[in-house]
Design a protein around this ligand. Structure first.
Ligand SMILES: *[C@@H]1O[C@H](CO)[C@@H](O)[C@H](O)[C@H]1NC(C)=O
Ligand SMILES: *[C@@H]1O[C@H](CO)[C@@H](O)[C@H](O)[C@H]1NC(C)=O
Ligand SMILES: *[C@@H]1O[C@H](CO)[C@@H](O)[C@H](O)[C@H]1NC(C)=O
Ligand SMILES: *[C@@H]1O[C@H](CO)[C@@H](O)[C@H](O)[C@H]1NC(C)=O
Length: 296
């Protein structure tokens, strides 16, 4: 092939790729059901590019922080330290693993800027590149912290994010990700998102009728996707969905609707990163990620 025709081939391929839109990945939440297999098994499926370990659900207000990994292990007897093996296995495959803080059930809140600072020091020493004798998930160094803040205080999350990001180094980046609800702006994470320090934002397009898919209507979802992707300055934005009808109160999208009517539209955004699914357990039940992964 001449260098000119090679050049033209590359240009046409690039143009074709752009007209099709970008390829994304799947982010999954793991940790809230003991019957969903180990973290290493989740990463061995090859389906996921990002895993959020759910949850650190007690922290702030001067409390001693606690993780809760449902039936997987018992933090009180240190059995969750074995999760380090899974974290290493995932990272070897290039999968980013975050600790998700917050969630639907738990006692968390940030009371002041000083409290935010203390929580960030705790997270650094216990889950990131610092050190501590407690390290609930063992010695593995997580890639970052995911904020799934659904109750408690609406203030100081921006301070927490700034403190966490200050630990990021060229040699080892600290990823900041978040799972706001789809109504815009998010009540809890709005100011934190405004710091522009988030790498990945997986917006929960479920349990929120005004902005989610419902019985054939894709308009609300597309409008809010547009609003999120044009307003929020993050590296990548993901469509967060329930992996099965029973995984959430509402907002489930049948795989064929997602792949034919929604993905082709949302992937046009330069910030499109793919899809987030709640959760590994529900994905095992439904096979959702298998049904949609080729289209994402
Ligand atoms: C923050 O940590 C310092 C040092 O451990 C402690 O003295 C202070 O009471 C903590 N502040 C809050 C708000 O928990
Ligand atoms: C949450 O923690 C605070 C501070 O430790 C405590 O006062 C409060 O009772 C707790 N709330 C619940 C619902 O456990
Ligand atoms: C723990 O961290 C401190 C401060 O960064 C450092 O001086 C110390 O050597 C570390 N200890 C271990 C066992 O890595
Ligand atoms: C985020 O920034 C936008 C645009 O500057 C502003 O309108 C909005 O009030 C900010 N939101 C919060 C929660 O600070």
């Amino acid at each position: 092939m001449s260098s000119l025709s090679l050049f033209l081939t590359i240009i046409f391929q690039a143009a074709f790729q752009t007209s099709l839109g970008r390829r994304g990945g799947i982010a999954i939440y793991w940790g809230q059901n003991g019957n969903e297999g180990t973290l290493a098994e989740a990463c061995a499926t090859g389906k996921f590019s990002y895993v959020n370990i759910a949850f650190l659900n007690k922290f702030g207000n001067g409390q001693t922080p606690e993780i809760n990994l449902a039936g997987h292990c018992n933090p009180a007897s240190n059995t969750c330290r074995a999760v380090s093996n899974g974290i290493h296995a995932c990272q070897k495959k290039g999968i980013k693993v975050m600790l998700s803080i917050g969630g639907g059930i738990g006692n968390y809140s940030i009371a002041s800027a000083e409290d935010a600072k203390n929580v960030s020091v705790y997270l650094w020493n216990n889950f990131l590149g610092g050190n501590s004798s407690s390290r609930p998930l063992g010695d593995a160094i997580l890639d970052g912290i995911d904020l799934d803040i659904e109750h408690g205080s609406t203030q100081y999350w921006d301070v927490l994010v700034r403190n966490l990001k200050s630990y990021s180094k060229r040699s080892r980046k600290v990823y900041i990700t978040g799972a706001p609800q789809c109504p815009f702006p998010d009540r809890f994470l709005g100011a934190a998102l405004n710091t522009t320090l988030f790498d990945y934002v997986w917006v929960q397009f479920y349990n929120n009728p005004p902005c989610q898919y419902s019985s054939g209507n894709t308009e609300n979802l597309k409008n809010y996707w547009n609003r999120w992707t044009t307003s929020v300055n993050a590296e990548k934005i993901f469509l967060g969905l329930p992996a099965a009808p029973r995984a959430a109160g509402s907002g489930y999208i049948p795989p064929e609707v997602l792949t034919s009517e929604i993905i082709p539209v949302i992937r046009k955004s330069p910030k499109y990163g793919g899809v987030m699914l709640w959760s590994k357990y529900w994905d095992d039940q439904s096979g959702y990620s298998d049904s949609v992964k080729e289209s994402i």
